[in-house]
Design a protein around this ligand. Structure first.
Ligand code: 3HC
Length: 335
């Protein structure tokens, strides 16, 4: 087979729809011990998801949830507890099942607890230098068979894979917020990832109850490549004074069937996160016309208006509850 047809065949393998095995109710038991690094917005949900599969399907013997700082570890545990409380209140889980899920998680600030994990998902802050340092250490600390998976939403998986010293055992697993509810996980393969590691990861995603899709290591993978430019266009509409916050959001809800309008979603994701993603892409891919940074996004982040997490973004927020739009709409004149 020529190298061209070999790579075409490899490409077809990557892009083939998820196998039946990935959705099977019989767990594949590929990973006995799973580690999660970082228990923030995404990491706590990933730990809870893995622990739920451990408790209900016996998928893992334990889930090690690691944070370097005790304060963040406790915050992560509280987040999991509050999500579980919601599920119990809605009769989606009993108290005894909730206990089983929590009992599967080993909360720790001791990184050596991860050294014999079979699969580690990293969900720390989106900073390439920090991630590369972490992977360079993990590559030395963990057993040879440990597979590393980054939940990055926009950074290069290949760069992290090379820093780990074991690029063939490195994949991306991109979950969506809120992790407990959103069904999709993008599984990302670099040119170094072994097919066996990739297939095992796709199967694991199915085993924990999510729907895997496969993508190559490209900016934003599938969802964010389409979603984040869309959020930017909504912000630009507002910036130009073409329509109000309310009308932009309600349009995409009622006209396009989205559960949240784009400005609401930008607040929900975090305006700092949106800005960080787009600024990184503008810098790395200056020729891509879909990548633009609206001025008002920069200004809001500079003022500390980060959306839901800071109580103000395009809307005011009372904790989890969205309130009125912030007064950007005054400049909009439809006469
Ligand atoms: N844990 C447990 N349950 C939760 C939960 C959590 N963390 N968050 C929400 N829920 C439950 C609620 O209790 C509720 O349960 P019910 O159906 O039994 O009443 C259900 O989820 C729906 O929640 P709400 O009633 O509060 O509100 P909505 O019906 O509006 O749904 C939503 C909320 C699921 C967030 C929905 O608005 C939605 O799908 N929004 C779009 C989210 C989205 O696009 N996420 C992707 C963001 S992009 C991303 O993550 C990528 C990153 O890299 C940037």
């Amino acid at each position: 087979m020529s190298s061209l047809s070999r790579s075409a065949a490899a490409c077809q393998r990557i892009l083939r729809p998820a196998t039946a095995r990935a959705f099977s109710s019989t767990p594949s038991l590929n990973f006995d011990k799973v580690g999660i690094i970082g228990l923030g917005l995404m990491g706590h949900g990933i730990a809870q998801t893995a622990a739920t599969a451990a408790a209900t399907k016996n998928l893992h013997s334990s889930v090690v949830a690691y944070e370097s700082d005790k304060i963040f570890l406790d915050k992560g545990r509280d987040r999991i507890q509050s999500s579980i409380d919601k599920l119990v209140k809605k009769d989606k889980m009993t108290w005894s099942q909730a206990d089983d899920v929590l009992n599967k998680i080993v909360f720790t600030t001791d990184r050596s607890a991860l050294s014999d994990a079979d699969f580690i998902v990293e969900a720390i802050i989106e900073n390439m230098d920090l991630k590369k340092n972490l992977y360079s250490s993990l590559g030395k600390e963990c057993k040879a068979g440990t597979i590393f998976a980054s939940n990055t939403s926009s950074l290069s998986i290949t760069e992290m894979a090379l820093a780990s010293g074991r690029p063939e055992k490195f994949v991306g697993v991109h979950f969506f917020n809120p992790v407990q509810i959103m069904k999709l996980v993008e599984v990302i393969r670099t040119e170094y990832t072994s097919m066996e590691v990739f297939d095992k990861t796709v199967a694991w995603v199915g085993d924990v109850g999510k729907v895997p899709v496969k993508c190559r290591d490209t900016p934003g993978f599938i969802v964010n490549r389409l979603l984040v430019p869309n959020l930017m266009q909504a912000i630009l509409l507002l910036e130009r004074g073409d329509a109000t916050t309310h009308d932009i959001d309600i349009s995409m809800q009622l006209g396009a069937g989205h559960p949240m309008g784009p400005l609401h979603l930008a607040d929900y994701v975090g305006l700092d996160t949106c800005l960080y993603i787009m600024e990184g892409w503008v810098k790395d891919f200056p020729g891509e016309g879909a990548f633009v940074v609206p001025e008002i996004l920069k200004q809001k982040v500079a003022r500390g208006e980060l959306g839901r997490k800071s109580g103000k973004g395009f809307y005011y927020w009372d904790g989890e509850k969205r309130e009125d739009p912030v007064g950007m709409d005054e400049g909009v004149n439809m006469e």
